[in-house]
Design a protein around this ligand. Structure first.
Ligand SMILES: NC(=O)c1ccc[n+]([C@@H]2O[C@H](COP(=O)([O-])OP(=O)(O)OC[C@H]3O[C@@H](n4cnc5c(N)ncnc54)[C@H](O)[C@@H]3O)[C@@H](O)[C@H]2O)c1
Length: 482
């Protein structure tokens, strides 16, 4: 049986064939019944617009396409748009074949033309939310996106912000810009507002994408959803229920925004704690990784976190500061976040001191030593450099006079970045001769493709920041854990 959405599509195609009516009927406003209900998003084949086709937006777009919807990716980067329309991937773990499949079946295409937003039933915003130079929230991408949507906003559209941000962003930043269209979406909660009138629906639903995680893909990860009012919440729940196994409604956009920050602050604080305990354990001659494995056998009340060379990625080093910043408005100091930040920021310095001490034991000074870094990505098996602690470690090593090379299978060469200039560096090949020519080899990122036994066999000294060499049996005297 044809669903309501399919009928709309048939209707759309039909009027497109009739030039006399096409202009009149083509805008989404006219295509949408005036009495469209939030539950419209439950069953129909929908037109879904994803703004921002990056690590979060692209997998989400492909998931909606997989579920049979018509998806358009909007991005300001014309190179990405061209690549997507040619069926090509620019993210390592997203297979080209998947993009090709949906481009060929016309379930997915990309554009830089934001006027086409008016054709969409649902608009999902997945643009960056970084920190600025003063480490304060930079909401310019979200703001710019809301400004791009506003002239094209239609009655009956659902808009969802997915970018990680502080509680209040959807209400205080996105809503006022969208309402400049003249369309309204009231901020109200409670059952008495179950059927409050809305021209469009607005919600927040944080993304929990974990790039490269083979155990939990988007479809298996429950999605938290908070609406600006009950109908907005129901519309967003109906939409996401089509693509994820479980949707978790909360009472407001603020609760949904805060839930995402709680998740990331939880990780940030626990990683800081275990990093601090690692430094103490090193001093006490205790193997912290053995300790964590032992503690993790407790079947309740404990969750293992692992130490490392510092925080990396787009989320954990950044997101907690969104809350610290917002907390100031309430005369509140988020001390756990500040303390965790302090400990985690110190880790690359700790690693460089440990490298200097290990070289010293080999009667070498760091100044003038040949050092090879393994892994520049912020975590194993991803082609993502954002906030990678390795970049800081490399900078500190250079400042202290080390002669530096690196290897990373995901980065054949490095480019100029904010704060760092590694423009002319190229990944050196890994073979016994090259490995043996360095005074120290540093395991900064524990990519699975590395043969750690062969690395330890060939190297003079291995400084391991991730315990990647835990299964290496030979030449353990060459390994320094730090
Ligand atoms: N990467 C992750 O693992 C992850 C996980 C969970 C949540 N998040 C959050 O998701 C959001 C997006 O992160 P990401 O990693 O996908 O970023 P990204 O940089 O990979 O992708 C963002 C995309 O948005 C595009 N863009 C920028 N401004 C735009 C605009 N005004 N209009 C249209 N497109 C625009 C960029 O060209 C880019 O393609 C952030 O808030 C981030 O904190 C990221």
């Amino acid at each position: 049986m044809a669903s309501a959405g399919n009928l709309l599509y048939l209707f759309d195609s039909f009027v497109a064939l009739r030039p006399v009516y096409s202009k009149k009927f083509r805008s989404a406003t006219q295509l949408m019944p005036i009495d469209r209900k939030p539950e419209f998003f439950k069953g129909a084949q929908l037109k879904v617009a994803i703004i921002g086709c990056g690590y979060v937006g692209l997998p989400l777009a492909l998931r909606f396409a997989e579920a049979g919807h018509k998806v358009t990716g909007f991005d300001t980067d014309p190179n990405k748009v061209n690549m997507l329309n040619a069926g090509r991937s620019y993210i390592e773990h997203i297979p080209q074949t998947k993009i090709q499949q949906f481009v060929n079946s016309r379930h997915f295409g990309a554009t830089t033309d934001f006027a086409r937003l008016k054709e969409a039933d649902a608009i999902l915003i997945c643009v960056p939310t970084p920190l600025d130079e003063r480490r304060e929230p930079d909401l310019s991408y979200v703001e710019q996106t809301a400004i791009s949507i506003q002239p094209h906003l239609q009655k009956g559209q659902l808009v969802v912000l997915e970018s990680t941000t502080y509680p209040g962003t959807t209400e205080e930043l996105v809503l006022p810009i969208l309402e400049k269209s003249g369309l309204r979406c009231p901020i109200v909660t409670g059952p008495e507002n179950d059927n409050v009138a809305c021209d469009f629906w607005l919600a927040f639903s944080p993304e929990r994408e974990d790039p490269g995680n083979k155990q939990f893909g988007l479809a298996q990860i429950p999605k938290v959803v908070g609406g600006l009012n009950p109908p907005s919440g129901r519309a967003a729940v109906s939409l996401y229920a089509q693509v994820v196994a479980r949707v978790v409604p909360v009472s407001s956009t603020r609760a949904a925004e805060m839930a995402k920050l709680l998740e990331n602050i939880f990780r940030c604080v626990n990683i800081a704690m275990v990093n601090e305990l690692k430094m103490l354990s090193l001093r006490m001659g205790i193997d912290i990784w053995e300790v964590i494995d032992a503690a993790a056998t407790k079947p309740f009340g404990f969750m293992p976190f692992y130490p490392g060379p510092g925080l990396g990625g787009h989320c954990i080093p950044v997101d907690p500061y969104y809350l610290s910043w917002k907390a100031r408005e309430y005369d509140f100091s988020t001390r756990f976040i500040e303390l965790a930040g302090e400990v985690n920021t110190a880790m690359p310095y700790h690693v460089v001191d440990a490298i200097a001490a290990a070289l010293n034991n080999h009667k070498k000074s760091l100044n003038g030593a040949k050092v090879l870094i393994l892994g520049v990505a912020y975590k194993k098996d991803v082609d993502d450099l954002r906030e990678s602690p390795t970049l800081k470690i490399m900078q500190l090593l250079q400042q202290r006079g080390a002669q530096l090379d690196y290897n990373d299978p995901y980065f054949p060469k490095l480019h100029k970045m904010r704060h760092y200039n590694y423009e002319n560096m190229k990944s050196v090949p890994l073979n016994p001769q090259t490995l043996g020519s360095y005074d120290a080899v540093i395991v900064a990122t524990d990519h699975s493709s590395y043969d750690y036994s062969a690395i330890v066999d060939a190297a003079k000294l291995v400084v391991d920041t991730r315990n990647a060499t835990r299964r290496v049996m030979r030449h353990r005297d060459k390994i320094v854990l730090c």
